[in-house]
Design a protein around this ligand. Structure first.
Ligand SMILES: [Fe+2]
Ligand SMILES: [Fe+2]
Length: 422
């Protein structure tokens, strides 16, 4: 992978020490006096609060006198990312099209060379009826050893994949790269459709495995998927290709990690079929991550000031999981509870969040950015360079909270697994 192999503006970066990178400001906003995780690890749902106020007091202040301030702040935020809709900025994106054709589209696999869900699961067309039934029984026996917390994580991973209509809509909101007609011939549009077609196999294979395993109340799972797609997902700077591709690069790596961790853990519990499925999905996610990381790398090369400001904008607001609105139809705070399960199971943790942040910043050589940065760009770079250390402090707190939580487990019945408590 060569995310930043070709640099349009080599002078935009410098390996020399830069005075403004030697000392990083740890907090740029007085409002961010203490950042806490909303759950023991809360991979994506951080919130700021004053050390003397609890969450509901903050909310009340927001709704009351602070409501106007919040609206004003929101207007300012909108103004910030809407600058990325200006013609000169979109021109940067448009000029990348030939490069996308050459360096991004080849990351898609031809249909003939792609695995299909049927390759991973018992197939009556190959095995015959008896062989198929025997293989299904064997699949169920292997699945019987997978613990409940991993089953719950698998449902969320699968529902996240099944919500693909939401993500294709997200990509088709990006100005300058969208597939306007549904059959556009641009390299951008062909990427979006090809990527979506590959992603579509992920939900299919997980769903089918789950159905055959007999370990899930599939009707409840199906309802959760329907609810999630109905709810959609919130995304900052929703039409900006700069911000959007950064979000997507982060998310592809996050899903690769989550599926990869699932593969490792279920294999340890004896389910080689599920491990192979999750491994294949994770490998796809890594290819997709490479594509989006390359795209953003080119944006950093061509337009470093705008790129670094966009990245800081996204990271200040956290990269939230696309499944943040998932729920079981019964618990209002279901996702917060799920966060804890995923952390404790080792599927996706705040340490993963930090490692993704560090990895992408290395890929995009954020620390080396120097020439061509505005004052705002330098502040954005310094904020980003200080961020991993900041997250590390939350990790320590998260581990402490997780240890405390294990003393007094707070479980809920989850209908996806027949109301067993997790
Ligand atoms: Fe996927
Ligand atoms: Fe993906």
């Amino acid at each position: 992978m060569a995310a930043t192999a070709t640099m349009a503006l080599p002078s935009a970066r410098s390996c020399k020490p830069n005075p403004s990178t030697t000392t990083y400001k740890l907090s740029s906003s007085p409002a961010a006096t203490t950042l806490v995780m909303s759950t023991p690890f809360a991979m994506n749902s951080w919130r700021c609060r004053s050390s003397t106020l609890n969450g509901s007091a903050i909310l009340a202040a927001d709704v009351g006198a602070g409501g106007r301030r919040r609206e004003e702040k929101k207007g300012g935020e909108d103004e910030e990312w809407r600058k990325y809709m200006l013609p000169e900025r979109l021109e940067v994106v448009r000029q990348l099209e030939a490069w996308v054709e050459e360096h991004v589209l080849p990351l898609l696999k031809p249909v003939e060379a792609s695995w299909q869900p049927t390759d991973m699961l018992p197939d009556p067309a190959v095995m015959g009826t008896e062989g198929f039934h025997a293989a299904c029984i064997e699949l169920g026996e292997r699945a019987a050893g997978v613990p409940d917390e991993l089953l719950v994580c698998l449902v969320t991973n699968m529902a996240t994949e099944e919500a693909l209509p939401t993500y294709q809509s997200v990509l088709n909101r990006f100005e300058g790269t969208r597939d306007a007609t549904g059959t556009d011939g641009t390299a951008w549009a062909r990427w979006v459709r090809g990527w979506s077609a590959e992603e579509n196999r992920h939900g299919d294979v997980l769903n089918r495995y789950m159905y055959l395993s007999g370990r899930f109340d599939m009707r409840e799972v199906e309802r959760a998927v329907q609810r999630l797609i109905r709810s959609g997902m919130a995304m900052h700077a929703p039409s900006s290709p700069y911000h959007g591709f950064m979000y997507t690069a982060f998310q592809e790596r996050a899903t690769a990690i989550a599926h990869g961790n699932t593969a490792r853990l279920v294999r340890a519990h004896g389910d080689g079929v599920l491990a192979r499925i999750c491994g294949a999905v994770a490998a796809d996610e890594k290819r997709h991550e490479a594509a989006y990381t390359r795209i953003v790398g080119k944006l950093f090369d061509a337009d470093p000031d705008a790129a670094v400001r966009a990245l800081a904008y996204m990271m200040r607001r956290r990269i939230t999981m696309p499944s943040a609105l998932i729920n079981d139809g019964r618990h209002a705070d279901f996702f917060a509870h799920y966060d804890v399960i995923a952390q404790n199971a080792g599927i996706y943790t705040i340490s993963d969040y930090r490692s993704i942040t560090e990895h992408l910043m290395r890929q995009w050589r954020v620390e080396e950015l120097a020439a061509g940065l505005s004052g705002e760009g330098r502040r954005a770079r310094d904020y980003l360079c200080a961020l991993p250390q900041k997250i590390r402090r939350f990790e320590e707190k998260a581990h402490e909270r997780a240890a405390q939580a294990q003393q007094k487990p707070n479980t809920i019945p989850i209908n996806w697994i027949f109301n067993r408590h997790v």
